[in-house]
Design a protein around this ligand. Structure first.
Ligand code: LLP
Length: 417
């Protein structure tokens, strides 16, 4: 969170006092730092040195078109999981030739859209999907480049809801089935075998799950070579973790060095694509909220804030920990232990349990590390309009998504005739 720092007792986003942003745009609000996003992306890019690579930013982590545009301008590729995400990438000026298309349930329409836009690779997640891709490509009279997303059955040692590379997960194709699927794909007239893909989970804070998975992938590449199938790209997915609360994930350099050592050891130094999401945007954003009321009963004190689980779902859904810090560093209020809770009528609407805070009604709080899987997972439950997204760039603040209005909440609805 180095682009969000206290200066003169006030939390700043780059050069802008966060209280000023709250005053101008209201709360709750998401605030991102352009410099932070750029810094994170470059740290991965430079870690590869001159090794051929593509960073395919995972759009699902934060799909605001201004964020995508920023990344596209830096030369990023994108990992998408829907037609909607591809449309966003195109709208933001992204290059479809640097797009990989993941996802277990791609519809015929989505596949057509992806093929018409000539994405680099469709990452196949089942044999049934392979047959559908062949059929769609034949109907469009094109050749579709594919990778098979293998499931190496490696434990990423992260939260079970964000583990994807074990054999009980719905994702990918087992190694044995993948070997056969590649041979089938190689015979299909409208399929070009392009790569091999693998994504084992998210918020991974060690290097070993990545290198363990990679080693299994590289063995498969060699096995395929032996039967005349040449893989041209290794897509190693996303998953690099960040520091939310004392975690010590590998640095970009350690993460990349681990991969490069492994490919060199196996003698399979093919171009690499990675699909980082959280690493690029997670600590590049905060969610600003204001204390509405304080309240206590015999056992608990509550700081009731104006942002809820509809605005930031991660704590309720994954028991995720987000630091909650005051916008004004010093306060005269006594330090107490609070559950920071939102306005939504659910007991799970808790942004943080047992937080030591010195607050009073009207104070501003920043929920940290909210740039990834924050606004994208927000919803309008309890008929709450979605918060705005603001991008700070030096001493400027840009509205990259305005606050939703109450009128918009019912816009797609109609009364019975
Ligand atoms: N590639 C694929 C195929 C994925 O499924 C994902 C994330 C990524 C890349 C990006 O992973 P990252 O680098 O961001 O870890 N909503 C959850 C995270 C779900 C991740 C889903 N897949 C959360 O808030 O923690």
């Amino acid at each position: 969170m180095t682009f969000f720092q206290y200066h003169a007792g006030e939390l700043h986003a780059e050069h802008v006092p966060v209280s000023q942003i709250a005053k101008q745009f209201g709360t709750p609000a998401y605030v991102y730092s352009r410099a932070a996003i750029e810094h994170q992306w470059h740290s991965l890019d430079t870690a590869f040195g001159d090794y051929p690579h593509t960073i395919c930013y995972a759009v699902k982590a934060n799909s605001n078109i201004a964020v995508l545009n920023l990344l596209a301008q830096m030369g990023s590729g994108f990992d998408i999981v829907s037609e909607g995400e591809l449309r966003r990438v195109l709208l933001a000026g992204g290059d479809p030739r640097k797009v990989v298309f993941s996802g277990v349930a791609k519809s015929t329409g989505e596949l057509e859209f992806a093929m018409r836009n000539k994405v680099r690779s469709i990452n196949i997640e089942s044999v049934a999907e392979l047959h559908r891709v062949q059929a769609v490509a034949a109907s469009l009279d094109v050749v579709a480049a594919i990778a098979i997303r293998v499931n190496p059955n490696v434990d990423p040692e992260t939260h079970p809801y964000i583990s994807t590379g074990m054999d009980k997960a719905k994702f990918g194709v087992t190694m044995e089935a993948a070997f056969e699927a590649y041979q089938l794909a190689a015979k299909m007239p409208n399929i070009e075998v392009h790569g091999i893909a693998c994504h084992i989970g998210s918020q991974i804070t060690k290097t070993s799950p990545f290198t363990d998975a990679l080693s299994i992938v590289l063995d498969m590449v060699k096995r395929l070579r032996d039967v005349g199938i040449q893989i041209q790209q290794l897509d190693l997915g996303g998953g690099l973790g960040i520091n939310y609360h004392g975690e010590t994930p590998p640095s970009a350099q350690e993460y990349v060095d681990g991969m490069l050592a492994s490919v060199r050891e196996h003698g399979v130094d093919l171009p690499i694509a990675i699909e980082p999401g959280r690493y690029i945007v997670g600590n590049s954003g905060i969610m600003l909220t204001q204390v509405e009321y304080l309240k206590h009963n015999q056992s608990k004190r509550f700081a009731i804030v104006d942002a809820g689980m509809n605005d930031l779902l991660r704590p309720a859904l994954y028991q995720a920990y987000h630091e909650i810090i005051p916008v004004a560093e010093q306060s005269t209020s006594p330090i107490e232990q609070y559950d920071v809770v939102g306005p939504v009528c659910e007991s799970a609407d808790v942004l943080g349990y047992d937080r030591e805070l010195s607050v009073k009604s009207g104070d501003l709080l920043a929920v940290c590390s909210a740039g990834a899987y924050g606004h994208v997972m927000s919803n309008q439950y309890n008929s709450r309009p979605k918060p705005p997204e603001l991008m700070v760039d030096g001493d400027q603040v840009h509205v990259i998504r305005r606050r939703e209005t109450h009128d918009e909440l019912t816009l797609a609805e109609s009364l019975l005739p």
